[in-house]
Design a protein around this ligand. Structure first.
Ligand SMILES: C[S@@+](CC[C@H](N)C(=O)[O-])C[C@H]1O[C@@H](n2cnc3c(N)ncnc32)[C@H](O)[C@@H]1O
Length: 292
């Protein structure tokens, strides 16, 4: 039995917004375990095609098995969506008329302890979505200067106790290297005033480290600059984000680009029913645009 960890978010809303047609050439830039792609592939005919990109090889293995059960007119590509122009060139992809991007982390990445994304599961301090890349959370935590760690936690985690946390980390590492997720979570907890511990004190710091390790905002910016070049006239893009900094970037880029028409002025969010069924969808925001 194939184990699927991830539940696709805002799936019907994405399909509606993209207005998927039978002959569409679709690019899923974050195919993950193939949740959105499975549904989209079921809607196209033999003239349509789906390209699925992900920087995580393990996710692609699952997506391949899953999508093969639906149809054969798809191709999976291991790569970073920031390199979308090179990817389309290398794979001779001449026309794309629908793009989906579902940012953030997949449940597969969170659930597997050895990936090191979760403070709830003991694992190495890794957090790389692409395990072929160099920088890990271990390197940041054990070698970055205190002010830089504090800045990362403040900027990407919007964490009010960033300085206290960075100080505790640097004090601790003077005597012992910080190696595991749970070890780091304990150190953060000690830096956190008790009355503020409504959500786990490590939540924001772990999010911030993940964003830094994977250069998530830089990659998104590069993608936003480049995707209009590969999208056909009247083609559509849908982007789901989970962080206010990401949503702001998307909103701004869509607005500034004269060749794009914004499809939903008001951001689309999951219904309370979806959030109760899939709590990981709670911070999702969907925006769409059409190329003029
Ligand atoms: C929320 S998950 C996608 C889940 C998928 N839509 C589904 O329903 O199964 C996000 C995925 O994006 C991938 N990812 C994040 N940043 C990426 C990037 N810059 N380039 C390619 N893939 C990326 C992650 O590895 C992860 O698998």
């Amino acid at each position: 039995m194939m184990k699927i960890y991830h539940t696709p978010v805002l799936i019907n809303e994405v399909i509606d917004l993209l207005d998927i047609k039978k002959e569409d050439i679709i690019m899923d830039c974050t195919v993950g375990e193939g949740g959105h792609s499975e549904k989209i592939l079921s809607l196209v005919n033999k003239f349509g095609h789906l390209y699925g990109i992900d920087r995580d090889k393990e996710a692609l293995d699952t997506a391949k098995k899953r999508l093969s059960l639906i149809k054969t007119n798809f191709a999976l590509i291991h790569g970073n969506f920031a390199d979308i122009l090179n990817i389309t060139k290398e794979h001779n992809i001449a026309r794309v008329n629908k793009i989906i991007v579902d940012l953030g982390i997949s449940s597969l990445q969170i659930e597997i302890e050895e990936r090191g994304f979760s403070f709830k599961r003991e694992g190495p301090l890794d957090m790389r979505m692409n395990r072929g890349e160099r920088t890990t959370a271990l390197e940041i935590i054990n070698s970055f200067p205190e002010y830089e760690i504090a800045d990362i936690i403040y900027k990407y985690g919007e964490e009010r106790f960033s300085r206290k946390i960075a100080k505790k980390i640097v004090n601790y590492r003077k005597s012992k290297m910080i190696k595991t997720t749970t070890e780091l979570a304990e150190i953060i907890k000690k830096a956190y005033p008790h009355k503020w511990q409504k959500i786990h004190p490590a939540t924001r710091t772990f999010q911030a480290l993940r964003i830094e390790v994977n250069k998530e905002l830089e990659n998104l910016e590069k993608f936003l600059e480049n995707f209009p070049q590969i999208l056909a006239k009247n083609g559509r893009i849908a982007i789901i984000s989970y962080h206010s900094l990401e949503d702001r970037l998307i909103k701004t880029y869509f607005k500034q680009n004269e060749k794009l028409h914004i499809l939903n002025k008001k951001v689309i969010k999951p219904t309370p029913e979806e959030i109760s069924r899939n709590p990981r969808s709670r911070s999702a925001k969907l925006r769409g645009a059409e190329k003029l």
